[in-house]
Design a protein around this ligand. Sequence first.
Ligand code: KIV
Ligand code: NA
Length: 265
Amino acid sequence: MANITLTTLNKIKQNKEKFATLTAYDATFAHVVSTAGVEVILVGDSLGMVLQGNDSTLPATIEDMCYHTTCVAKGNQGSLIIADLPFMTFDTPANALKNAAKLMRAGAQVVKFEGGRWLCETVQQLSRNGIPSCVHLGLTPQSVNVFGGYKVQGREEQAAQTMLEDAKALEQAGASLFVLECVPSPLAQAITESVSVPVIGIGAGAATDSQVLVLHDMLGISPGKSPRFVKNFMAEADSIQAAIENYVAAVKSRTFPAAEHEFKA
Ligand code: KIV
Ligand code: NA
């Protein structure tokens, strides 16, 4: 696979095609994921739960994120690497800039952070300094204590309108990508059609330009009950490589996500 860049992803969107995104946190899985045809690897702060065993993403630190980004960059075979800014590392544009630089030096090509319109200045600052932004909207897990649990966001008309306006404002500020997590499919579709940059969805229906899942969830090895939007791709595969290839094919052919994985209005 030729090296994937933002230009590649923008062309995929313009052609009304889909690209696949998955998390990875180490060199071995990064190698498998990228050779299986996944265009984007996300070094997510979900590692605070999946790797570290915490019950939220809040304990993950910038040092943890840099360590795992370094590992992923070594195994990666040409996928685009996005890394998360963890809890409380982007409270001001200056802190975001300082911490995003650490992730870029560790091997990230895009930096992701959670929030809304208040991040416009951060996006501008990063962009001026050569750091592309991916803004995570909807269910933003670092705010689980504000939401009072992991709940679908944007169900009320006012909240949906705010999310749509936030996305437009952030694109204007220079955001290169969006992640939409756990939002009703019609809202995800409206946002995907309202911005010209690619939108990656998780629990956001089939209309987004890409899908992402936590690797351990789609391999069926996360303990406990899976969220509605997760599909276990190991159920019909005889190797991890095959499961990930089937995921890529399902995203590109629009057979994943199916109706059973989405949140209706
Ligand atoms: O941390 C993560 O894995 C994420 C995805 C679930 C979008 O942010
Ligand atoms: Na995350």
